[in-house]
Structure formats: structure tokens, C-alpha cells
Design a binder for this molecule. Sequence first.
Ligand SMILES: [Zn+2]
Length: 60
Amino acid sequence: MVDPTSDIGEGVDEEDAPECAVCGERIVELPTHRVISTVTDGQIEHVHVCSDECRSAYLD
Ligand SMILES: [Zn+2]
């Protein structure tokens, strides 16, 4: 549970939180949060994953 009175930092609201591209988990203040940058048709896209495991799974 997120304590609504606590400072969650970095201005990330739960509703705005990205979801892991692999397992779909909401990524809120996860220390294992990873961002993968990919280039598709010249556009840089940022893919969020919740852990190194999901990062590996995404890249496989
Ligand atoms: Zn994940």
C-alpha cells in the first residue's frame, strides 16, 4: 500500500506510473525499475520494465 501522506518523490503518481512491458506490473518507486531505450523507425521509445529479470525477458 502507498501511504497517501508520504512523499513518493519524483512526482510519480500511481495512476501515471508506467507498467512493466513484460509482466504488466505497475512500476511505482521500484528500485529495480529499468528503462530500455529502443529505436523504431527512427523514433526513440522507452520501454519500462520492473526488474532485470523482465529486462532480460524483454530483450530475448
Ligand atoms: Zn516485470
